[in-house]
Write a protein that binds this ligand. Structure first.
Ligand SMILES: NC(=O)c1ccc[n+]([C@@H]2O[C@H](COP(=O)([O-])OP(=O)(O)OC[C@H]3O[C@@H](n4cnc5c(N)ncnc54)[C@H](O)[C@@H]3O)[C@@H](O)[C@H]2O)c1
Length: 348
């Protein structure tokens, strides 16, 4: 079986939610491995990563800092690029900050590594939301060849698509061994509400629907349902995403793209109902209007190509994943609260 044994790995954005889970999974499952993380902690906390592990090197910097970039030498076997300006609403608030921490991270990293000889793969984390059809009608599984529209909902989404353009360009022009992994909606342990710095809107704290619902349900608060919760998403457990990323690195075809999805379409109302049931939250729902910028109502990813070509399938059911995430949230309640409270003066 292929593995990362004796390999040197670089994770950009490795202190973040997905990056820190990837970092821990690789270190836990590989004996002889070196992992370097570059992260400016704009949306994460250094406690996310196992700093005491001698096999880990942490660089607290932005990858767009040229001095840091120039210190990245041609000695890595695999690079995972997970840095982003989290998330859609922060990017709408500050498109230039999104450009700096999203598009530019990708362009500078790929431009710097384009002639690296040792590199086997550079895995770029793209987003299924950038290619999904903009519909509230019945959704069909979005496959890897789906057309990409010019009408994107946010600078974040634009940056993710530009990242794909560059991944293809640097592969074709310079032979940079890029593989694009298109994620669906990831949830799981390690996503810390309020992690990192204030990014202009309450979405700094309420990062994503699943951790927000879990936090509120545990605290007996009604779950906010926009547009009656009719939107659908493809929720994928973070360990499954990390295994998908590893499969892209070890088995993906260079220049190609893979959906890393569960393939299961779930309404936001179903998600909220599961969470209220597991946490025994009696406060039910708070009904809110639709978010004005969000037009990609119903969506889920096709799993066929990743299954056939990478042998990858998500194995965690939503209920199992939610149980584990709720348990983790309860165990880390005071740390999560501390991160939320960092922003309490701005959170109105
Ligand atoms: N979580 C999801 O549901 C989801 C869905 C689709 C795609 N993705 C993609 O997966 C990747 C990881 O997402 P996440 O949910 O872990 O987000 P995250 O915010 O937890 O992680 C992103 C990390 O990038 C770091 N970062 C930002 N700017 C940087 C810079 N200039 N230099 C170095 N590090 C920088 C942040 O501090 C953070 O640690 C992102 O690229 C995101 O677009 C995530």
């Amino acid at each position: 079986m292929m593995s990362f044994e004796n390999q040197n790995i670089l994770i950009i954005g490795g202190a973040g939610f997905v990056g820190s889970n990837l970092c821990k999974l690789i270190l836990n499952e590989t004996k002889n491995v070196q992992v370097s993380v570059v992260d400016n902690l704009i949306s994460s906390e250094k406690e996310n990563i196992p700093l005491n592990d001698a096999r880990l090197t942490f660089w607290h910097y932005s990858i767009t800092n040229d001095e840091v970039l120039n210190k990245i030498e041609d000695k890595f076997d695999y690079i995972f690029h997970l840095a982003t300006y989290h998330g859609n609403q922060s990017s709408i608030h500050d498109p230039l900050a999104d450009h700096e921490n999203n598009t530019l991270t990708t362009l500078k990293l790929m431009n710097h590594t384009k002639n690296f000889k040792r590199l086997k793969k550079l895995v770029y984390s793209s987003a299924g939301c950038s290619v999904a059809a903009k519909t509230f009608d019945e959704a069909h599984a979005t496959d890897e060849n789906a057309p990409i529209t010019l009408t994107q909902d946010s600078p974040y989404s634009i940056s993710k698509v530009i990242g794909e353009f560059y991944a293809v360009y640097f592969f074709k022009q310079h032979g940079l061994p890029t593989v694009r992994a298109r994620f669906q909606n990831v949830y799981g342990p390690g996503e810390v509400l309020g992690a990192g710095q204030w990014r202009g809107t309450p979405a700094t704290v309420w990062r994503n629907v699943t951790p927000t619902f879990i936090y509120k349900a545990i605290n007996g608060i009604a779950l906010p349902l926009e547009n009656d919760g009719i939107a659908t998403r493809d929720f994928i457990y973070v360990e499954d995403i990390c295994r998908g990323l590893i499969a892209c690195a070890l088995k993906g075809t260079v220049g190609d793209v893979y959906n890393i999805a569960s393939g299961v379409e779930t309404t936001i109302k179903e998600l909220a109902t599961h969470i209220n049931e597991i946490t025994q939250n009696k406060s039910g729902f708070e009904h809110l209007p639709k978010r004005p910028w969000d037009n990609s109502g119903k969506r889920f990813g096709s799993t066929e190509k990743a299954k056939k070509e990478l042998g990858f399938e998500a194995i965690t059911t939503l209920k199992e994943g939610l149980q584990t995430t709720i348990q983790w949230t309860k165990e880390n309640a005071s740390w999560i609260q501390k991160n939320i409270d960092k922003h309490k003066d701005r959170l109105v």
